[in-house]
Design a protein around this ligand. Structure first.
Ligand SMILES: [Fe+2]
Length: 315
């Protein structure tokens, strides 16, 4: 499958399969190749013997060591007038394809066009979601730069824990987003409390603790796709503890999801190691000792082991 690169006006091999080195990306000039002719004319082409064709682009053969004699090519049309690439099938024998093969390849090219368009829409949707997350982070950053750094750290620690727990890459991406968003509720905490340089009073501490509920209220407004569903609940639960001593709901062991446990360990560890408006951060060793002290009654033991492995502290 060749796709058009408008910047260089070349067709580049997006996906290849078969003999020869399929890892090499071929680039064919639109103006001087048979593939380019199909792209320019929007017409399919069945070549009986490439060596008799003037436009046959030999450089491609030299690069991947495969000499195609028969070539079957069909344009990938996004709309009737818009060609985005060419799908082609090659054979080392002359006269290997007939009209039926060409008709079949044209049908495949139609499917390729639909699939590529769906993939493009899906990617655009993902980028849009990622940009929403960045916008939330920027809003939080504007209120309290320390919290913004904390969110990035929690995202990284949560992914590291997830990695050492053997989670799939989609789950790690989920954790990254959750880490970035978990404290978004701090937008709702009064600035005088959020950035107070000294110890918080009991009343101020209560206000600060509201941020977990605010995170839920804000994130539950988002219509998450299946991929990110449940992020509002997990974000709301990052201060819950297994023994029920956490907040805002005082959930305990069986009520706290796996991902919320990961986020809790990532959050508490980073919170200890970072400077706050009212205190200096602990060293990594001090923070890990403190995390150990909270495990297993408050923090999930498996998540703590995974954090230590991520930090290179422990087997
Ligand atoms: Fe928090």
């Amino acid at each position: 499958l060749f796709l058009h690169d408008p910047a260089s006006d070349e067709l580049w091999s997006c996906a290849t399969q078969g003999p020869g080195d399929s890892k090499i990306t071929l680039r064919l000039p639109v103006k001087q190749s048979l593939t380019g002719r199909v792209f320019r004319t929007h017409q399919p082409l069945c070549v009986k013997d490439s060596l008799t064709e003037e436009e046959f682009f030999l450089t491609a053969v030299v690069v991947n060591g495969f000499l195609p004699r028969s070539m079957l090519m069909a344009p990938v049309l996004k709309s009737p007038g818009q060609c985005i690439g060419v799908v082609q099938v090659l054979d080392q024998q002359v006269n290997a394809f007939d009209a039926d093969d060409l008709a079949l390849l044209e049908a495949i090219a139609t499917q390729v066009a639909i699939t590529l368009d769906n993939a493009r829409l899906y990617e655009a949707q993902k980028r849009q979601f990622a940009s929403f997350v960045r916008a939330f982070s920027a809003a939080l950053d504007a209120r309290d730069p320390l919290t913004a750094i904390h969110s990035i750290n929690v995202a990284n620690y949560a992914m590291g824990i997830g990695y050492f727990l053997g989670l799939a890459s989609e789950e790690l991406e989920w954790l990254r987003m959750a880490g970035l968003l978990h404290d978004v509720g701090k937008i709702g905490v009064r600035e005088g409390v959020l950035t107070k340089p000294g110890q918080l009073s009991d009343e101020e501490m209560n206000q600060m603790r509201q941020h977990a509920s605010y995170s839920f209220r804000i994130l539950s407004q988002i219509e998450f796709t299946d991929e990110y569903r449940g992020m509002d609940h997990v974000a709301a639960a990052h201060h819950e503890r297994l023994d029920g001593s956490g907040y805002p709901r005082g959930l305990s062991d069986g009520q706290i999801s796996f991902k919320a446990r990961i986020l809790a360990v990532a959050d508490v560890f980073d919170a200890m190691t970072q400077d706050r408006h009212y205190r200096k951060g602990m060293s990594m060793e001090q923070a890990l000792a403190e995390v150990d002290r909270m495990t297993p009654h408050q923090l999930d033991g498996d998540c703590v082991v995974a954090l230590k492995r991520f930090l290179g502290r422990g087997g």
